[in-house]
Design a protein around this ligand. Structure first.
Ligand SMILES: Cc1cc2nc3c(=O)[nH]c(=O)nc-3n(C[C@H](O)[C@H](O)[C@H](O)COP(=O)(O)OP(=O)(O)OC[C@H]3O[C@@H](n4cnc5c(N)ncnc54)[C@H](O)[C@@H]3O)c2cc1C
Length: 803
């Protein structure tokens, strides 16, 4: 084994092997993979090997597409067979709702170029003859699905990497990792030490243990998973290979295995494996079979696929593999650790392994993942994702693997975890809560405790009239919203302006003022949208997306402030309440001696103000498009502030409103938000944020690329549509059609109660910038006419919020 390497990859499962191969492909040849047993000896060797493109996140789906398309090339380069079988796949719907879900999956697939076909139950029985069609209402066919040989794929990656110069050492466990002052690593293994510039944790089942070597508790947990293989089925003899299949009602997946059928299930009562520590002597091992546990699913399976009852079971496999709380991989660099990378929590190694390897290699070599990988970025989790939180969420996610997630559905596990001081007050006001990064926030308010629950549906829910009333109150009188679920940073010190000016695309405002600013990466793409609130010369309060706090901290570490400037995350130290609506000024003025007139405290002002006895930071800004204020206090004051505003608000027609109403209100104003309209695949000009990029102020990250985008006009355009919807509004990811072709995708949608129509925001090609007619948006399988709006539907001039 060499004693120095540019990269040491820990783990020779399918993921580590893919990372190794992709590093060599990206030009780094001095790379070493260390594996404690044989390649594949973790969770990889006993996998069922199924693969498919569909994923809830289109960006992850794109990487799955890449993975599946890679196998033929990999075979060619390595000379190793991947055991590729591509019979195509079928997803079977047993209910109308599931069929609707398939229609939406088909629609999402359209702008990924997938050729998915919806068929009836009769047609399904023709192409997939082992079903009893009476249990199904229809199905979705995907020609690009199949299965591979896990051993073959892993060895093909490994062999291809070795051909390009990589070294692989087997039967050697890494036992410790020590960071050097320069950010490089001493990798201490049973077979000797290696000095490496970078380390990749691809430890799979042992990713947690490898993480702990550097003080990291990764949110991953292994679940036991079982599949069985039947004896040969006479019906399959001499026939072409069966399609791979998913039967959602039975929570079952199947494929042909030689002359029999492989049938696996994600049972509701899933069982974690080694919840605290993974034993090191678990090598190429399996767990005892437990058919009792999966009996409910098997019963359904035998009913839906009656021919399976005619043969016996040849083999049962029970093996563990790991999941992150949301089921997507954990990939990327770790905040606080230099040159330490992870590629773990990959629950679908044969659909995702190639994409994960590609992403990580590009990130390491180019400094940027090259794609929008937010859905699998390890930075989406923070310290709140503890071992116990992970345990609860992974079990929930596993049990729901084949269940529908409705766009308005909130999941119950691990709740409530994080609450703010006013939580009980909101609860007493019949709030229906949602959860975001472990924090509870009010979605909407019901008239009584009995009505404080929401029907999950693809259509408008029982919340619709209540959200309408909340919007009306904000529009006509005043509304009160808790806004603690925003990210916050305090930047202070003598060179605060200088540093922020380099990190942010907009000019830093003068003291007492607010400026909105995109944050760009070097490619000039959006990696954040910030509100910069300048308290005084040396102190700026940044407000941003709560979910991206770790992501931003990691970015700030990469672009550190000069000596003397402190960047302090303070999200939970400052909690907030916002009031908005035409009566909000009178309401607040009644509680403070500070002059809040438009002359003294105009739009985009920011100041320390006492509200009653409560010291607060107040910004004159609102995401609702109405006159409004965001009020920040340290947490011990939040209840007093809430009580003050609530009682003073009685005379002003104040009503509580929640996240659902806020979403509607901001969409009516065509205001974008992070992870929806603003993501690292869009430039500021494309996203309509060009006016917040100040090219005159000097250099900043992404300036050259943003200038180029401004001059060329970019390739996409964020557009607002009025949709001729019936009783379902767009929720995101629906295709946008123009003149009979899919040209773009929806990022957000809602019913606009102030303007009385259904609205969608989405991206279309820049070439269609001037087109207004001929658009359609596909809602639950139906193409609905959509009118392109040339400006925001409500108050495009902004007089209401500036007034
Ligand atoms: C029953 C079953 C069926 C499945 N079916 C499918 C399927 O149909 N399709 C699909 O896509 N996925 C399937 N999977 C999931 C798939 O197996 C995983 O996604 C995949 O194996 C993850 O690979 P990995 O490389 O991340 O982890 P692992 O395979 O666990 O690899 C990690 C490797 O790291 C090594 N290692 C760890 N720590 C150290 C150390 N300190 N020093 C040296 N080496 C170390 C381990 O020995 C191991 O070889 C299935 C899993 C199971 C259990």
């Amino acid at each position: 084994m060499k004693s120095d390497a540019r990269v040491v990859v820990i783990g020779g499962g399918v993921v580590g092997a893919s990372v190794l191969y992709h590093l060599t492909r990206a030009g780094w040849k001095d790379v070493l993979l260390i594996e404690r047993g044989e390649l594949t000896c973790g969770s990889t060797w006993h996998a069922a090997g199924g693969m498919h493109t569909l994923n809830g996140d289109p960006n992850v789906a794109r990487l799955q597409q890449y993975t599946i398309n890679l196998y033929k090339e990999l075979e060619r380069i390595s000379g190793q067979s991947c055991g590729l079988h591509m019979p195509g796949g079928i997803m079977l719907a047993g209910t109308r709702e599931r069929f609707d879900w398939l229609k939406m999956a088909q629609a999402r697939g359209r702008y990924l170029g997938m050729e998915l076909e919806l068929i009836s139950a009769d047609e399904a029985a023709k192409v997939f003859p082992i079903i009893d069609k009476k249990y199904f209402v229809g199905a979705l066919l995907d020609p690009i699905e199949g299965h591979i040989d896990p051993y073959g794929v892993t060895h093909a990656y490994a062999r291809a990497a070795q051909i390009a110069g990589a070294e692989i050492v087997r039967h050697n466990r890494v036992v410790d990792l020590k960071a050097r002052a320069d950010g490089s690593w001493d990798v201490i293994s049973e077979g000797g030490n290696v000095h490496a510039e970078h380390v990749v944790n691809a430890g799979g089942l042992w990713a947690r243990e490898v993480g702990r070597m550097v003080g990291l508790e990764l949110p991953v947990l292994a679940m036991q998973h079982q599949y069985l293989i039947t004896e040969d089925l006479p019906a399959l003899k001499g026939q072409k290979e069966l399609l791979t299949a998913i039967d959602f009602e039975g929570e079952i997946y199947t494929r042909q295995e030689r002359g029999g059928v492989l049938l696996g299930t994600y049972e509701r009562a899933g069982v974690p494996w080694s919840p605290r520590e993974t034993p090191w002597d678990f090598t190429q091992s399996l767990l005892p079979e437990d058919l009792e546990r999966i009996a409910p699913s098997l019963e359904v399976g035998f009913k839906h696929f009656p021919t399976l009852t005619e043969v016996g079971i040849r083999k049962v496999v029970n093996g563990p593999f790991t999941f992150a709380p949301d089921g997507n991989p954990l990939v990327g660099p770790i905040r606080g650790l230099k040159n330490f990378w992870v590629a773990c929590g990959v629950m679908a190694g044969f659909s995702q392994g190639g994409g994960v390897g590609l992403t990580l290699a590009q990130w390491m070599v180019e400094g940027d993942p090259g794609a929008d990988v937010w859905a699998m970025d390890v930075a989406r989790y923070g310290d709140w994702a503890t071992l116990a939180y992970t345990n609860a969420k992974v079990r929930e996610n596993y049990s729901r693997r084949f269940r529908i997630r409705f766009p308005n559905e909130e999941l119950p596990a691990a709740r409530p975890l994080r609450t703010t001081p006013v939580y009980e007050r909101l609860q007493a006001a019949h709030a229906v809560f949602g959860e975001y990064c472990g924090l509870e926030h009010a979605l909407w308010f019901a008239p009584s405790a009995k009505e404080a629950h929401e029907n999950i549906t693809f259509h408008r829910s029982n919340a619709h009239p209540h959200v309408a009333a909340e919007c009306r109150a904000v529009h006509e009188a005043a509304g009160l919203l808790e806004i603690s679920n925003y990210g916050k940073f305090e930047v202070s010190g003598p060179a605060t302006e200088e540093w922020l000016s380099y990190v942010m695309a907009n000019r830093v405002p003068r003291a007492g003022r607010i400026a909105l600013s995109p944050m760009l990466n070097e490619r000039g793409k959006l990696i954040g949208d910030f509100t910069m609130c300048r308290v005084d010369e040396q102190r700026v309060f940044l407000i941003c997306t709560w979910a991206a706090e770790v992501y931003y901290r990691r970015w700030f570490e990469r672009h550190p402030p000069p000596r003397g400037v402190t960047v302090r995350p303070c999200a939970m130290e400052y909690v907030g309440l916002s009031i908005a609506g035409p009566n909000s000024r009178a309401l607040l003025q009644g509680l403070t001696s500070s002059d809040l007139s438009s002359r003294a405290f105009p739009f985009l002002s920011f100041r320390q103000i006492d509200i009653g006895m409560v010291p607060a930071l107040v910004g004159r800004i609102s995401f609702t498009g109405e006159l409004g204020y965001e009020i920040w206090v340290t947490s011990e004051y939040q209840r007093a502030l809430y009580d003050l505003l609530s009682s003073a608000g009685r005379e002003q027609g104040l009503r509580l409103f929640g996240g659902r109403a806020l979403n509607t209100l901001r969409i009516e104003k065509s205001f974008g938000t992070w992870a929806r309209e603003y993501r690292p695949i869009y430039g500021p000009h494309e996203a309509g944020l060009g006016r917040f990029v100040d090219f005159a102020k000097g250099d900043f990250i992404g300036r050259a690329a943003a200038l180029e985008e401004k001059e060329s006009g970019g390739t996409l355009r964020l557009a607002t549509f009025s949709v001729d919807a019936a009783d379902a509004d767009a929720a995101g990811d629906e295709p946008i059609w123009h003149d009979g072709h899919v040209v773009g995708w929806v990022t957000s949608g809602a019913y606009g109660h102030r303007v009385g129509r259904s609205i969608a925001l989405g991206y279309i090609p820049a070439a269609l910038d001037s087109a207004q007619e001929g658009f359609e948006i596909e809602l639950i399988g139906e193409r609905r006419a959509a009118t392109r709006e040339s400006e925001a539907l409500l108050d495009p001039g902004g007089s209401r919020m500036r007034g």
